[in-house]
Design a protein around this ligand. Structure first.
Ligand code: AP5
Length: 213
């Protein structure tokens, strides 16, 4: 199966993709994680992407499409988390999949309001070492500031400040939301209420996967 997780920042895409990776072994491809890794390593891509990310804007399509072309597996199923985010990226994805004789199984739309997103992202903590995600109230680590999985240091992401969160939400509405129509027309879209508990969202995703997308 090839799934796309579509939704505003903070709607829980990464949390659920990581859960499904451990539960059903799906490969998790997150453009946000790949870009943060590139910034950390100081690669050419990282240098070009950094300022866009800090401002809460989208990184240019050509850079993102080249990145996905590089990492897309030729065999097996995977979850695309945070890609595509523009119509140009969605068209490029169709072309890439066709080249490998594949097609998209389903696009899961995580629906949530702007205020819930601000509440979630201003309390998010991310592990500097392994990228695990926590929340100060909804999913706290066992020991304050320390990752349960690897013992790494938990920090707030640079772009998780309220003004940047609201900007990211606006960017989502303007540039990414048109994909809802794009995938509705292709009969690929399934919506889910992302304000439900993590367990309930996970249960609904597993149901979709069990039904074969
Ligand atoms: P990216 O890292 O993709 O950020 P995003 O889409 O803004 O998504 P987030 O990681 O913020 O949220 P999420 O939906 O994964 O939520 P999470 O599970 O962490 O992108 C960052 C930047 O990179 C972009 O701004 C852009 O510059 C660039 N970029 C990336 N991809 C690009 C592309 N394709 N094109 C161009 N530019 C691109 O959950 C959030 C919090 O809520 C956590 O604390 C979690 O514990 C908590 N939580 C999760 N689920 C629940 C629940 N059900 N109940 C209560 N709390 C919950």
């Amino acid at each position: 199966m090839i799934l796309v997780f579509l939704g505003p920042p903070g709607s829980g895409k990464g949390t659920q993709a990581k859960k499904l990776k451990s539960e059903v072994g799906f490969l998790h491809i997150s453009t946000g994680d790949l870009l943060r890794e590139a910034v950390k390593k100081g690669t050419e891509l990282g240098k070009r992407a950094k300022e866009y990310m800090e401002r809460g804007e989208l990184v240019p399509d050509d850079l993102i499409i080249a990145l996905i072309e590089e990492v897309m597996p030729k065999e097996g199923g995977f979850i695309l988390d945070g890609f595509p985010r523009t119509v140009a990226q969605a068209i490029a994805l169709e072309r890439m999949l066709k080249k490998h004789g594949k097609e998209l199984s389903k696009v899961m739309l995580f629906e949530i309001s702007e205020d819930s997103v601000v509440d979630r992202l201003s309390g998010r903590l991310t592990c500097l070492s392994c990228g695990a995600v926590y929340h100060i109230r909804y999913n706290p680590p066992k020991q304050e500031g320390v990752c349960d999985l690897c013992g790494g240091k938990l920090v707030q992401r640079e772009d998780d400040k309220e003004e940047v969160i609201r900007k990211r939400f606006r960017v989502y509405k303007e540039q990414t939301e048109p994909l809802v129509e794009f995938y509705k027309e292709r009969n690929r879209l399934t919506s889910l209420d992302a304000t439900q508990s993590m367990e309930e969202v996970n249960r609904q995703l597993l149901e979709v996967i069990r039904d074969g997308g």
